[in-house]
Design a binder for this molecule. Structure first.
Ligand code: AMP
Length: 338
């Protein structure tokens, strides 16, 4: 079987696989369920392990026999999850996810993935550098300064990097590993409960949700959040704490409830700029990474500081996998040590 090199983004919330096509351009390989992005979720269904979309589906029906956001716990000796009668740590769960990603991609392509840039084998690439490759910035004139703003589901990272002759050099990075899309989902879930309480005439301090209701509501809130990136308002049926109704969530209300989280990310950016002695005027391109950068509020916050639009043309949640695929297929002499 033909052997190829892939780029894999094993993300906190979602993961993706990319390879280089016959035209020399990177493309995302859809998973066994036909989706470009695979949720980084593992679960047990009647004792059987399920990974990705099926595990996320279990979460959405309130099944608590699932593990998500486990990448946040890499290296934490106290982190253990019981699934299908076995105990897993974060590395064990990541290995299950990685196996699924590789198996699905090999089946889809009918080719063996011989080596991978992203997680194992050939090497690791810093995520911001991978993103710069995906946006075509590695071919920019040497000396250009990039600000990579990476807002994912579980973490926020910012990196300032400089384009070099044959590498992207990281000048500095900062982040908040307890700030991510999940915080927006939680705030939106609270807003949805408040709206439902107001409709049902119930005091919101008296709405007590079960663990399973909270899990289902979190999945629902995440979907509403995505819809609000392209719509001004969303009507959604909510059924929790003995109440049932349809609430209308407006983008403005959601933004009001989460603006402090965007500011928090910008404070981290400012802290890094101060540390590096840089001003926004020194930045040549802002590189958006992570699904959260699809939110209009985030794009606007970046534009108001940078006075230009962030780079476009690449799906921000696919950028790392695409860039890693480009990097995996560069001749070895061009591979700097990371
Ligand atoms: P990533 O880690 O890059 O896969 O980013 C995942 C995060 O991005 C999750 O919190 C998603 O809910 C969020 N996300 C994905 N698509 C959108 C969208 N269209 N609007 C807002 N958030 C999104």
């Amino acid at each position: 079987m033909e052997e190829i090199k892939a780029g894999i983004d094993l993300g906190t919330t979602n993961s993706a696989v990319a390879v280089i096509g016959d035209d020399g351009k990177p493309f995302i390989v859809v998973n066994g369920d036909g989706n470009r992005i695979t949720p980084s979720v593992v679960g047990a269904d009647s004792g059987n392990l399920v990974v990705g979309d099926n595990a996320k589906d279990l979460q959405s029906i309130g099944c608590i026999d699932t593990a998500a956001f486990f990448k946040r716990h890499m290296g934490d000796a106290n982190f253990r999850v019981q699934l299908g009668g076995e105990t897993y740590d974060a590395a064990g769960l990541s290995a299950l996810l990685l196996r699924r990603l590789v198996d699905d991609a090999q089946e889809r392509l009918g080719k063996r993935i011989g080596s991978v840039v992203g997680i194992v084998a050939q090497g690791l690439i810093a995520e911001p550098s991978a993103a710069a490759y995906a946006y075509g910035l590695a071919e920019e004139e040497p000396g250009k300064t990039l600000l990579v703003y990476d807002f994912g589901g579980g973490t926020f990272d910012v990196t300032v990097a400089r384009v070099g002759e044959d590498e992207i050099r990281v000048l500095g990075c900062d982040g908040d590993h307890h700030l991510g899309g999940k915080d927006f989902d939680d705030a939106l879930a609270n807003l949805m409960v408040d709206l439902l309480c107001a409709e049902c005439g119930v005091d919101s301090s008296e709405a007590n949700l079960t663990e399973s209701e909270s899990a289902m509501l979190a999945v629902q809130a995440e979907q509403v959040k995505r819809q609000l990136s392209s719509r001004e308002s969303v009507r959604v049926p909510v059924c929790v704490a003995g109440m049932r109704g349809t609430v209308e969530v407006r983008r403005g209300d959601f933004e009001g409830a989460t603006m402090h989280l965007v500011r928090k990310s910008m404070d981290v950016v400012d802290r890094l700029m101060v540390r590096l002695g840089l001003l926004w005027a020194h930045i040549d391109a802002v590189v958006p990474v992570g699904g959260m950068t699809r939110m209009p509020m985030i794009a606007e916050a970046l534009e108001s500081r940078f006075h230009q639009k962030p780079c476009g043309g690449v799906n921000p949640d696919e950028a790392v996998a695409l860039g890693a695929a480009i990097r995996a297929n560069l001749p070895p002499r061009c591979l700097p040590a990371y």
